[in-house]
Design a protein around this ligand. Sequence first.
Ligand code: F6P
Length: 343
Amino acid sequence: MRIGLMTSGGDCPGLNAVIRGAVLHGIKSFGHDFVGFRDGWRGVVEGDIMELPRQSVRGLARQGGTILGTSRTNPFDGPQGGPENIAKVLEANGIDAVVAIGGEGTLAGAKRLADAGLPVVGVPKTIDNDLQATDYTFGFDTAVSIATDAMDRIRTTGESHHRCMVAEVMGRHVGWIALHSGMAAGAHAILIPEFRESMEQVSEWVREVHDRGRSPLVVVAEGFIPDNREEAIAGKGVEASGRPRLGGIGEYVTHEIEDITGIETRNTILGHIQRGGAPTGFDRVLATRLGIAAVTMASEQQWGKMCALRGTDVVRVDFAEALDGLKAVPRDRYDEAKELFGR
Ligand code: F6P
């Protein structure tokens, strides 16, 4: 079999480990050969491919980013998009299967192509950990560990200056990164897209901590909506896909806290640092296992499915199951974290 791998959407530590796991397993166990599509669906639609021999994946498990490049191209857009054109590209290049490694948007495209009869399997990826049908996605653990380390540092400078410190982390629709990194760093308030809070309440938590002589740390996910606003702050134009580029909530929260409490407050936006650099050991293992599983699935022609983590097992699920809404932080997990706000 000749298998085409592609990585699409926002990049994520662990993508290269998937590619390595897939190529090594495919060559050794099945005698497959591999190509990579450059820059996500763009490479699939345009037939922009590169050969992936065994030596091309040497040392890749520890390397951040994706050697294939990525984009947010929609495989159905433009005159070249759509299943008929993609089928022709696969045939012209002798490609028997596509492994689509991506998040919700990528897998939605993969599902539509598989429904149209194309040989596509999926591997879930997102630092946001917001995909259904998988307990964890690789990249999340790395993002949490980078954010936690940053907050530990933010706290020491905050303590020196007796300031309140705000850290804005990624999380467009869900607050998993904020929840986990905030808990790990001992944040005094964690604000996430799933649940509204008033700035008066946040300021109250800040004041409690400041009154005890500590430096308050507030973690806010980029998609958090304060209870006096209609929608998330998106003052940074639009992405290629047309959706608004979020950002600015950290600044907003910082000003509100300073106005309400009079406590000097500073904002730090962690941004793309959370997605950069080497994956953690956990993410390397998960990504490698998923790469192996995806090739086994393709070998068995299990089109329209993706591999997923359930507990400690790698399982197969239909795309439809993975795309059944986003995996939001449930109320009880937020309330559990809230027990320590202001403490
Ligand atoms: O990968 C998902 C994500 O991390 C979101 O949380 C965030 O909104 C988005 O990526 C930003 O990515 P980019 O700036 O690369 O479009």
